[in-house]
Design a protein around this ligand. Structure first.
Ligand code: ZN
Ligand code: ZN
Length: 292
């Protein structure tokens, strides 16, 4: 009997190996994935591969009739953001945006020793505090969809502007609307400093230093917490859109969409109070993501 011990052990070992392989195979359910070259969430039925894990650039959907025709966020829009403050990490159909919140334009909210510091030219006062580094992070879909119900925005960042600083809504406190007194502390960029750091409420005013900000034009303002882009008041031809929804959104061509119609927001061309124009005072039409 003792001569059989080795073969039996060998056999047992082999069986254990085989069974553990089997376990691996059973926990892996192979699925067919379709290439999504245009990143719109729809896959090309003609190019597929089979694997357990979703390969990068592939989706489960196979209904894209033209896989070079995106309907999502045009990636060229991300080139507009201040690279000193904002970084992007792309992962499948999502992008994670991180920003220091530090803008790339002059402001009275820079410390006096800072090269971008200027005197207050817009309002009649400044609120306490100076621009300093913060940390904003949000993960957004690259093919944002209109949600079945719109979502009211709250206090805090509701979008990230191309300058790197966050976009706030029309409130300066819980259910406290921005008023003329508070607006008197805004700088020409439409921003001011608060307990949570420097942020924008209004469209920028037209001043010579205005190089990165939009004033009554078609430039990109930033990206909102639902993943849709926010543009200035006008279309590319300088006209004011007439078919905007209550949030300033509509389907149309933008400077980045390469002729395709995508859903995007505009700054609504109407006065909020006095002659001040709010950046974004409506609901988000997509699904909001938290900006941490
Ligand atoms: Zn504020
Ligand atoms: Zn438009």
């Amino acid at each position: 009997m003792k001569y059989l011990a080795f073969p039996i052990l060998f056999l047992l070992g082999t069986m254990i190996l085989i069974s553990s392989c089997k376990d691996d195979n059973e926990s892996c359910v192979e699925t067919t994935w379709y290439q999504d070259a245009d990143n719109d969430g729809l896959g090309n039925p003609d190019i597929s591969q089979t694997s357990c894990e979703q390969p990068a650039g592939y989706v489960a959907n196979n209904s894209d009739s033209d896989d070079s025709n995106f309907i999502g966020t045009p990636l060229s829009a991300f080139d507009e953001f201040n690279p000193d403050a904002v970084t992007f990490s792309f992962d499948g159909n999502e992008v994670t945006i991180e920003s220091t919140g530090v803008p790339n334009h002059t402001s009275p909210y820079w410390q006096e020793s800072h090269p971008l510091h200027i005197e207050q030219t817009f309002g009649d006062h400044t609120t306490p505090g100076f621009i300093n580094e913060r940390s904003y992070t949000v993960t957004l879909p690259l093919n944002p969809q209109i949600a079945s119900t719109s979502s009211a925005t709250g206090l805090g960042a509701i979008g990230i502007a191309v300058t790197g600083a966050p976009i706030f809504n029309d409130e300066e406190g819980p259910n406290v609307a921005l008023d003329l007194q508070t607006a008197g502390g805004l700088d020409y960029a439409g921003g001011h400093n608060g307990p949570s750091g420097y942020h924008y409420h209004l469209e920028a005013a037209d001043v010579p230093e205005n190089t990165t900000l939009s004033y009554d034009d078609e430039q990109l303002i930033g990206i909102m917490a639902d993943g849709f882009l926010l543009y200035g008041r006008t279309e590319m031809d300088g006209s004011y859109p007439t078919d905007l929804d209550a949030s300033g959104g509509h389907y149309g061509v933008t400077p980045h969409s390469d002729g395709e119609e995508i859903y995007h927001y505009h700054i609504i061309n109407e006065y909020y109070i006095s002659s001040l124009i709010m950046l974004f005072g409506g609901d988000l039409q997509g699904t909001p993501n938290t900006i941490f």
